[in-house]
Design a binder for this molecule. Structure first.
Ligand code: IMP
Ligand code: MG
Length: 178
């Protein structure tokens, strides 16, 4: 069992990098098939999705672009706490086929916000590709079109995902040892 320590926590390897690579091969193959002949924009959600997006995108043989947006928190004017906003839109994606790339879908709040923003931008259609999915944590009904791995409702790091900013460089996905 491969284990690693990040800051004050111990993590155990859950999905080895080679298995992730094979899964991304399969996902890319499906996308290449499903979007054949179409103009596609991949939209990676920073920071976590950068590695998955890069690995997936280099396996795509479509006429495709890639862009990244980031979710930023700021304090709202009301006492209700922090509000989240998507920043980094720098291209016109109206009329395009968009594939949102996520590292993980947990509650689905992030995804809901992104989908809302995309609808305003009048894209042709939207599909979601996520490396990891926690079905037990999901509170939304938005369908996920391409899922790498369904995982238990436990905290994970690696392959882009972080614990307090660290662990994104791990080539495998690790789960918290409780
Ligand atoms: P959601 O909005 O709850 O679906 O999740 C939003 C974000 O929380 C994800 O994009 C990740 O950045 C982060 N996140 C959720 N679960 C984990 C985890 O297990 N490890 C690290 N980050 C996570
Ligand atoms: Mg994320």
């Amino acid at each position: 069992m491969k284990e690693t320590v990040i800051l004050d926590r111990k993590f155990r390897e859950m999905i080895p990098g080679e298995i992730i690579g094979k899964k991304i091969d399969e996902m890319a193959e499906k996308l290449n098939h499903d979007y054949a002949g179409k103009d596609v924009v991949f939209l990676g959600i920073l920071n976590g999705a950068f590695l998955f997006a890069a690995e997936l995108f280099k396996r795509i043989n479509l006429k495709a672009r890639i862009s990244f947006v980031k979710l930023a928190s700021y304090e709202g004017t009301k006492s209700s706490g922090s509000v989240k906003e998507l920043i980094g839109w720098n291209e016109d994606i109206s009329g395009m086929h968009v594939v949102v790339l996520e590292d993980i879908v947990d509650t689905g709040h992030t995804l809901e916000l992104i989908i809302g923003e995309l609808k305003v931008r009048k894209v042709a259609d939207i599909r979601i590709a996520t490396l990891l999915f926690k079905p037990k944590a999901y509170t939304k009904t938005i369908p996920l079109d391409y899922i790498g791995f369904e995982i238990p409702n436990d905290f994970v790091v690696g392959f882009g995902l972080d614990y307090d900013g660290y662990g994104r460089n791990l080539p495998s996905v690790y789960t918290l040892v409780k």
